[in-house]
Design a protein around this ligand. Structure first.
Ligand SMILES: Cc1ncc(COP(=O)(O)O)c(C=O)c1O
Length: 386
């Protein structure tokens, strides 16, 4: 079937939830993907900051193939070695003590909020304007976009308070004796690659400590090397009580999770939370490979070096349409003075996949394996198109 006929299947059969780019992708290699018509694209999007090791990574593919041939699924009722080995690796590499495996970012955030509520026995959660925490009913309530809430207002849970991002006074005003948790992205992704002031997270941490509030960092987008450290909260020198994760964790397989301190994690007992698929052997086999690569000698140094180079090169572009360039590691935003959708289309036609978020921010979240030469190729095309 050709591209037009395949896309028509979506029009005729799918529930209408996505505005997709009109390409049917077929295969990938490294930082490049190819559609069914043979057109190749430099992938500056990595499936929304997911394909951390790029496409067709030999070790990742082998681990998935080997594990698929052994055992794909067993449920949470039995132990499996990849999940146990991975848990120890990840927990030992962080300031957290315990893990819960989930299947997506939204599900991880659901579990994190439940844990904070159970731990504190309190009922309110503070989140930030322009945040994104997921599309389930509770994570939608936490997500700081009124327009997403509107059609579902009648069923959204109470107790979610939205305050402006990077505004510590707003948090101070919002807390009260019912506050269970503050959930925040260390750098807002969907909200437009918004990097907070250096002391913002530190001040949230202090407020949480003083008031017995659970500090949750949502690292679904920023985690797993995306910002040049294993997790972005490390950049701000904080030790949150809970961290949620997904996206890059498994290099493309659907997986998420929660990390928590011993103290907070102890609130859950069997029956409080669960999952059928979470922590399955297939996804954990993939996550082990991603973790080993991310923590291998020089990997994160390269993310930082290429990321800084990328931001410097973007800053050199002398265009009236550019309002701001910002980011950290390989999450980079180019804010325009006008809507960005037309540039997404023009870049795709020129062989580059990117996306636009918050209306006018071109967001670049390529595989972490991208090189300076790839960046040069992209910035040259962007320069011409802008
Ligand atoms: C910070 C953040 N949290 C949560 C989510 C939701 O993750 P998922 O789409 O895997 O449910 C996203 C997705 O973009 C995200 O960026």
């Amino acid at each position: 079937m050709n591209t037009k006929d395949l896309i028509k299947i979506e029009d005729d059969y799918f529930i209408n939830t996505f505005t997709r780019q009109p390409v049917v992708l077929d295969h990938g290699e490294g930082v490049r993907v190819t559609d069914i018509d043979g057109n190749e694209y430099l992938d500056m999007f990595a499936g929304i900051a997911v394909s951390a090791l790029g496409h067709n990574h030999p070790k990742l593919v082998k681990a998935i193939q080997d594990q698929a041939a052994k055992l794909i699924h067993i449920s949470s009722i039995y132990y499996n070695e990849p999940a146990l080995v991975y848990a120890k690796k990840l927990v030992d590499a962080t300031n957290f003590d315990r893990i819960f495996y989930a299947n997506s970012g939204a599900e991880a955030n659901e579990g994190a909020i439940k844990l904070a509520v159970k731990y504190t026995g309190k009922s309110e959660v503070i989140s930030t304007v322009d945040s994104f925490h997921g599309r389930t009913i509770m994570t939608l309530a936490a997500t700081g976009h009124e327009e997403y809430h509107e059609p579902f207002k009648s069923v959204l849970p109470n107790g979610f308070i939205n305050v402006p991002y990077n505004d510590i006074d707003a948090i101070k005003e919002a807390i009260n004796e019912n506050t269970a948790a503050i959930i925040v992205e260390p750098i807002q992704g969907e909200g437009g690659v918004n990097v907070p002031d250096a002391n913002y997270l530190k001040e949230i941490e202090a407020i949480c400590k003083e008031n017995g509030i659970v500090f949750i960092v949502d690292e679904v987008q920023t985690g797993f090397g995306r910002c040049g450290t294993l997790f972005a909260h490390e950049l701000f020198g904080v030790k949150p009580d809970i961290m949620t994760m997904a996206k890059g964790i498994g290099g493309g397989v659907p997986m998420g999770g929660i990390l928590a301190t011993e103290e907070v994690a102890s609130a859950f007992v069997p029956g409080d939370h669960g999952t059928t698929f979470g922590g399955g052997p297939l996804v954990c086999a993939a996550a082990n490979v991603v973790f080993d690569e991310l923590t291998s000698e020089g990997f994160l140094d390269n993310v930082n070096e290429v990321g800084e180079y990328f931001i410097d090169e973007l800053k050199k572009l002398d265009k009236d349409v550019i309002e701001d360039v910002r980011g950290k590691g390989l999450i980079v935003g180019l804010q325009l003075t006008k809507p960005g959708a037309e540039y997404v289309d023009k870049l795709r036609e020129a062989g580059f996949l990117i996306n636009c978020t918050a209306g006018n921010v071109l967001r670049f979240v390529p595989p972490l394996t991208i090189t300076k030469a790839d960046i040069d190729e992209f910035v040259k095309a962007l320069d011409e198109i802008l």
